[in-house]
Design a binder for this molecule. Structure first.
Ligand code: PGA
Length: 259
């Protein structure tokens, strides 16, 4: 088991100056992250100001919430890999269910975005997950694997190694109704199995699979103690520095348990 990864997805919250204040407070609460990787993913408009106040010891790194696959050109409203790199982003979230739900984004586009991220040495975090109706119809594995293989289509084993997967059941996002650690563990094991059969076992064992969906300081422990859960993608709770600091602390202690 490698280092755990905790990602704070701010979504469309915090102005540039509010983001700066949030990160200052977080840095006061979290003074070391020796055994866990922590990514902050503010809105595009706050990346530059957050970068200015990031502790210089690398305790936190920057991530973006999306990117476009072209590097530059006439694509009004979009942001490219080189633009994110220039702001020191290391990670980029791709395929969030809110993108599917509200903006009509699809697997083919996510696949191009994953490819663009890798081309620019940004580590993509591909989000996959089933809706409540799909969950209740017993379609969880089918949907998750379709999205996984669609998003990662034609990637090499080496590229998969640089990629993170986030399993985020749509019914658990922002609802306060998290999956159980057992449910997450079962889906994560299925995801790892498919990565193993499509690419190879070594890559599958190394790839980090995060759980996301109503993760809080109160429920993160059991997820982080699960064998196949390598970290968390945190939405609402990452906007509260106290809660996010607790989740980071839990991830650090779980990592030590596995090392
Ligand atoms: P949530 O969001 O923690 O607010 O449920 C998670 C996410 O959508 O990444």
């Amino acid at each position: 088991m490698g280092r755990r990864l905790i990602v704070g997805n701010w979504k469309m919250n915090k102005t540039a100056s509010q983001g700066e204040a949030l990160v200052r407070e977080l840095a006061r609460l979290v003074t070391r992250t020796d055994s866990v990787d922590v990514v902050l993913a503010p809105p595009f408009t706050a990346l530059a100001s957050v970068r200015r106040v990031l502790p210089t010891d690398g305790r936190f790194v920057l991530g973006a919430q999306d990117l476009y696959w072209e590097d530059q050109g006439a694509f009004t409203g979009e942001v490219s890999g080189p633009m994110l790199l220039d702001l020191d982003c290391r990670y980029v979230i791709v395929g969030h269910s809110e993108r599917r739900q509200y903006f009509g984004d699809r697997d083919e586009g996510f696949n191009k975005k994953v490819g663009a991220a890798l081309r620019h040495r940004l580590s993509p975090i591909l989000c996959i997950g089933e809706t409540l109706a799909q969950h209740e119809s017993g379609l969880t594995n089918e949907i998750v694997i379709t999205q996984l293989l669609g998003g990662l289509a034609s990637l090499t084993a080496e590229e998969i190694r640089a990629t993170t997967i986030a399993y985020e059941p749509v019914w658990a996002i922002g609802t306060g109704r998290a999956a159980t650690a057992l449910q997450a563990e079962a889906v994560h094991a299925t995801i790892r199995h498919h990565i193993s059969t499509t690419w190879d076992a070594e890559v599958a064992n190394g790839v980090r699979i995060l759980y996301g969906g109503s993760v809080t300081a109160a429920n993160a422990g059991p997820f982080l103690a699960s064998q196949h859960v390598d970290g968390a993608l945190v939405g609402g709770a990452c906007l509260d520095p106290q809660s996010f600091a607790k989740i980071i602390a839990l991830a650090s202690s779980e990592t030590q348990g596995f090392s």
